[in-house]
Structures are given as structure tokens and as C-alpha cells.
Design a protein around this ligand. Structure first.
Ligand SMILES: [Zn+2]
Length: 155
């Protein structure tokens, strides 16, 4: 899918290196940019038309761990754990909806700050959707345990 992305200027809080990363210029409901934090590979997720996104959502809502969780927290958690259902990138890394673009200097991703390019610098890229081949080979119970492990590892 041809995707318009905006350049954001980053600064690493650890080693002070400056670098650029791409983001969706504005929010479209259900549209997410996925990235591999270190290599900066990108994929585009149209969650409204991705059956696996629905499937993970349904599994998540049935888990005892999410009982009583607000809709907002549940959707944050869904975005956080969705990588579990996506095949790795060409370089073998995991795509994530929530991962920040890591610093190319020191690899840190937890202390970066950024500003959007202004006026907006737009790049148009051809991005693929994440695939789910490994996920689709799992049994129903295998899927549930995979999601539970992810939920547990986020606490
Ligand atoms: Zn750094």
C-alpha cells in the first residue's frame, strides 16, 4: 500500500545522537505503522481489515488477566501484544506497533525525544501489511498461550 509518512527528528537522550524516523502524518482510525526498532523496517497495518487483529483482540478479552480492564487499556494492550501474531521482517526482527525508532548510535529506544518536521517533510513509501503465517499454523490453544505469555511479559 502506498503510504504517506512524515519525517520526525529524533534526539537520543543517552548519547545525544540526532536521527530521523518516519511516522504516519495524522491518525487514521485503525491504521498503524509497525516498525522493527533497530533496523527501521516498516509495515502498515490496516487493523479494520486484518482478521488476525480481531482474533487477538477476542482472545485478549477472554483472558482472566484482562478482566475488568477499561476499553482504553485493552486497546493499548492489544497494540502492545499484537507482534506475537506477526511474522518477522526480512531481517528476522519483530515488527511492533508501539516500538520507538531506536537510536542508531547506541540502540537506546527508551529515552528518545522527537519533533515533527515543520513544514512537514513527507516521504511516500510502498509498504506491505504484516503477514501471519506462523500465527495461522498455531492451534487455538497455542494462540491463547502465546498471547498470555506476551501479556505476562509486559508486566
Ligand atoms: Zn543513542
Amino acid at each position: 500500500m502506498k503510504t504517506r509518512l512524515q519525517v520526525f527528528h529524533y534526539r537520543c537522550g543517552k548519547c545525544r545522537q540526532r536521527y530521523d524516523a518516519l511516522h504516519l502524518p495524522d491518525s487514521h482510525y485503525g491504521l498503524f505503522l509497525m516498525r522493527t526498532p533497530i533496523d527501521g523496517e516498516l509495515a502498515i497495518l490496516d487493523a479494520l481489515h486484518d482478521e488476525v487483529y480481531d482474533e487477538v483482540d477476542t482472545i485478549l478479552k477472554k483472558l482472566p488477566e484482562t478482566r475488568g480492564m477499561s476499553a482504553l487499556k485493552l486497546s493499548d494492550l492489544l497494540q502492545g501484544v499484537f507482534s506475537v501474531a506477526c511474522d518477522p521482517s526480512a531481517s528476522g526482527c519483530e515488527y511492533s506497533i508501539v516500538a520507538e525508532a531506536a537510536c542508531p548510535g547506541c540502540g537506546a529506544a527508551d529515552s528518545v525525544s522527537w519533533v515533527a518536521s515543520e513544514p512537514p517533510v513527507i516521504r511516500e513509501l510502498q509498504l506491505e501489511s504484516p503477514t501471519h503465517k506462523n500465527w495461522l499454523r498455531l492451534s487455538a490453544s497455542g494462540k491463547i498461550s502465546a498471547v498470555r505469555r506476551r501479556v505476562a511479559s509486559r508486566k
